[in-house]
Design a protein around this ligand. Structure first.
Ligand code: SER
Length: 761
């Protein structure tokens, strides 16, 4: 049997030996398209190459691209587990020509691979072409010798592929495999084409046009090729099975979950094992690409996938969290092709375990409520929306999990009722906020947050990213367009800009769009705890809601914030170790290489204590250990010894920062923190305490500098010393003794002068 790994390899090799560059899979979070939730086709990373916006050093390429279809426009989540070919995660094998070859070579390369290299029976292959595409039909006849009866002309959009409403597009030709007459279904274009007998295995798109807007379609400067073949489908064909879940990769993953729960993947358990296997792949790959479970955006799609799998693990009778135990099997089958999985193993396992541990706390009670509320419903019935909302709000059931749970019994969920209950809750939240009198201008932020949800922060891992403008706010009001001279707040769907919070200053940087237009972001603030507000003053061009922009954080400034922030954690830990555990943080400010730390302590910190604290922190800096971040529930984090700030509101999950090690080998500092930090402690460079003072009774303040500012501060001090030394004509090291001697001398002279005056009088 040819393994999926071999098939992927031989696909890449086939096209590499025909001169294509092998391009590694791009991440699942699209880097060049902020309107897209996840990379969902092999051509996504090449979008700008097709339109000519971007140039690459190659004109033909081949890839095996990680894809997720579980959110946004393409969403297969609901079907996974119940069909032979739906996945939330899949791999798309594709070859691409950017103005190099066109239809003829594309068809010939594809036919050669399928029939010669892979030895597929020619008479079991059928192709479709767009109904007007005589050229493609003739080429299939000429190159492959396929008879007219198996070249089917299709007039629908099935054979005209477009990326979206705009962008590169063109007619396409699909290749189908006939799984045999023991399976029901007819050829494409026939009334029973939806059956499972004829399965599309490869789509060759002849990229010829660019859809500019609804009514304008231009010829592309260079006709191109984009092909896509699902690895899971071709693996089923080459491994002689009909169902993707019977291929080697899935059999390995399903065997692992059968083994763990002690239940075979048959009868009712079949769908559940499939869901677990499929969702393990998408969850593992998403976490490896930096997505973490959250209540909004991409993170919420991940959470939905994870929780859906976790309910199925529960159905299978898993007594302990299951998903994280399957990660080694996932890495065993796919880790060689995608090394990022192995690198992120600990993070994937921890994330899955945490989510499942927490969800299991409410899952059973939620299922109890669901059983009770649906007991009287028969097949064809509908669960009231407010019950679905209670399950969501109190028990953490994503809407589609509730749907999935009722699916087998033929019961639907009242979506409109669910949405209405959600809207009502938001209204109450707004009323409570307005009532608090805290912010008069909060209404505009509520409107924006309600319409678009939270801003997704991408800046823990990257400092540059594209985004879409969701709202522009000028003088407290939403506007559609901003013009030069306007000072405004720009809100985007995602951003690498850290918004001021937890004491850390907001990021500055630049925003650019259109044809070379740009403006400075002077600061980033946070509203309602979830919107990132970029402060921008426009100097050129106009900026509109809907524009795609490029956001770039001022990297040196962010580096300085990071150094000061990590140093603050070390300072906090050092103070507790030197002065006692009564020391707790009362406030802090973290700016560019400068920090202020307020803490509870009844008396002034002595110079000797300060020197010891400073030495302790710098010993950790020199130790240069890597800084690690983990995601935990606040309770777990505190149980693990993390310092939490009293009275601070924490979300369901917190980031826990661990730094350094003491002489006993224990972690030096563990703190809950949403800020941004150095990769390793040595990055801080140096911590220099510059001041100690009282701010209130029982509260002391330490001021300090790190990195560049610490060096500059020391240099300034040195300059002062040299000036003083110059003035008294001494070497710097002689200054203290010489000053003391001068003071003595002055005292003596004063005394003599007084004596002389007395004698004179
Ligand atoms: N872009 C086409 C598809 O997604 C071919 O790769 O089907």
């Amino acid at each position: 049997m040819t393994s999926s790994n071999d098939i992927r390899r031989s696909f890449l090799d086939h096209f590499a030996s025909a001169g294509h560059s092998i391009v590694p899979s791009a991440p699942l979070v699209p880097q060049n398209d902020p309107t897209l939730m996840f990379t969902n086709a092999g051509m996504v990373p090449f979008k700008n190459v097709f339109t000519g916006l971007e140039r690459r050093p190659y004109s033909t390429a081949v890839s095996s691209q990680k894809c997720v279809r579980a959110g946004g426009k393409h969403n297969d989540l609901d079907n996974v587990g119940y069909t032979a070919r739906h996945h939330t995660f899949f791999e798309m094998l594709g070859n691409f020509s950017f103005g190099d070859y066109f239809k003829e070579r594309a068809i010939s390369l594809a036919w050669d691979l399928l029939t010669r290299e892979w030895g597929l029976a020619k008479d079991r292959l059928t192709v479709t072409v767009y109904h007007t595409d005589d050229e493609a039909a003739d080429l299939w006849k000429k190159i492959a010798g396929i008879p007219d009866s198996r070249i089917i002309r299709i007039a629908t959009n099935d054979n005209f592929w477009s990326m979206g409403d705009t962008g590169p597009c063109g007619p396409c030709s699909e290749i189908f495999w006939d799984h045999g007459d023991h399976i029901p279904g007819g050829p494409p274009g026939s009334p029973d084409e939806d059956g499972d007998r004829f399965v599309e295995i490869w789509n060759l798109v002849f990229m010829q046009y660019e859809q500019v807007d609804k009514s304008t379609r231009l010829d592309l400067p260079r006709p191109s090729i984009d092909t896509g073949m699902g690895l899971e489908r071709i693996a089923a064909v080459l491994q002689g099975v009909h169902d993707n879940y019977d291929t080697d990769t899935f059999r390995t993953l399903i065997a692992a979950s059968e083994d763990r729960v002690g239940r075979a993947a048959s009868a009712e358990a079949r769908a559940s094992h499939r869901v677990v296997a499929d969702h393990l792949r998408s969850a593992g790959f998403l976490v490896a690409d930096g997505v973490l479970p959250a209540n909004e955006g991409r993170g919420y799609v991940l959470r939905r996938i994870m929780r859906r799998a976790m309910r199925h693990a529960h159905l299978l009778g898993a007594k302990e969290p299951l998903m994280h135990q399957l990660v080694p099997a996932l890495i065993g089958t796919m880790g060689q092709a995608y090394p990022e999985l192995g690198r992120a193993q600990a993070l994937i396992e921890e994330t899955l375990k945490l989510e499942e541990t927490r969800f299991r706390q409410t899952l059973e009670r939620g299922l109890g409520l669901l059983d009770e509320a649906s007991a009287k419903l028969a097949s064809g019935g509908t669960l009231p929306g407010d019950v679905a909302f209670r399950l969501y709000d109190t028990y953490g059931f994503p809407y589609d999990l509730t749907e999935d749970a009722l699916r087998a019994r033929g019961i639907a969920v009242d979506r409109a009722g669910f949405d209405a209950a959600m809207a009502e809750q938001k209204k109450l939240a707004r009323a409570a906020w307005t009532g608090s009198g805290e912010a008069k201008d909060a209404a505009v932020w509520f409107d924006i947050a309600e319409a678009h949800g939270a801003t997704e922060f991408t800046g823990y891992t990257g400092l540059v990213g594209e985004a879409q403008v969701l709202a522009l706010v000028k003088d407290g009001k939403q506007v559609d367009t901003a013009s030069p001279g306007d000072s405004l707040v720009v809100i985007t769907n995602q951003t690498p800009f850290y918004a001021e919070s937890g004491g850390q200053a907001g990021d500055g940087g630049s925003i650019s769009w259109g044809d070379g237009l740009s403006a400075r972001v002077t600061d980033t603030r946070k509203a309602l705890g979830k919107l990132h507000l970029h402060d921008v003053t426009l100097t050129e061009g106009s900026l509109k809601v809907g524009d795609v922009v490029r956001l770039e954080v001022d990297a040196p400034q962010r580096g300085a914030h990071r150094r000061a922030h990590s140093a603050t954690h070390l300072l906090h830990a050092a103070l507790r170790r030197r002065l006692g555990t009564h020391v707790t943080q009362k406030g802090s400010y973290v700016g560019a290489d400068t920090l202020r730390f307020d803490f509870s302590h009844q008396k002034a910190v002595t110079p000797a204590e300060l020197a010891a604290v400073e030495a302790d922190v710098n010993a950790q800096v020199l130790g240069n250990r890597p800084v690690t971040t983990t995601l935990m529930t606040p309770d777990d984090a505190i149980a693990a010894g993390a310092m939490a700030l009293f009275g601070e509101k924490y979300g369901e999950e917190v980031r826990v920062l661990a730094m350094g090690a003491d002489d006993g080998g224990d972690t030096y500092s563990v703190e809950l923190c949403g800020g941004t930090h150095v990769g390793a402690l040595g990055d801080i460079g140096l911590l220099k305490i510059t001041g100690e003072s009282a701010v209130a009774s029982g509260v002391r303040r330490i001021e300090a500098k790190t990195g560049i500012a610490a060096r500059e501060w020391l240099n300034e001090r040195e300059t002062l010393l040299l000036e003083a030394a110059g003035a008294i004509r001494a070497r710097p090291e002689e200054v203290p003794a010489r000053v003391a001697a001068l003071l003595d001398e002055r005292k003596r002279l004063e005394r003599e002068l007084a004596d002389a005056k007395k004698a004179l009088a």
